[in-house]
Write a new protein. Structure first.
Length: 94
């Protein structure tokens, strides 16, 4: 699948999860293609994004998440479990 298709698929998922919400989306991905796809998908959906460095200590990650309380988290497979732990009640994890 092309990168543009992946971006469109993820952007569509964001809009399905939260069609009229302008809350920021957390992007919790390791550097690479998945982070580029997540960032462009969030931008295509019209939402602001907050990139989160997965290598930060857990207490710092918790403080970042607590500060802006995302309802949607874009994560790669590697960080999916971390995303589910950090955001207690997300509307969606993509």
């Amino acid at each position: 699948m092309t990168m543009n298709r992946e971006i469109n698929r993820a952007a569509h998922a964001i809009l399905l999860i939260s069609p009229k919400n302008n809350d920021p989306v957390a992007v919790l991905c390791n550097p690479g293609a998945s982070s580029v796809i997540a960032i462009f998908a969030v931008l295509k959906s019209g939402r602001p994004f907050v990139p989160i460095d997965c290598s930060l200590p857990a207490d710092k990650l918790v403080r970042i998440i607590r500060d802006f309380t995302p309802h949607i988290v874009c994560s790669d497979q590697v960080n999916l479990q971390l995303a589910n732990q950090l955001v207690p009640n997300p509307v969606g994890v993509i």
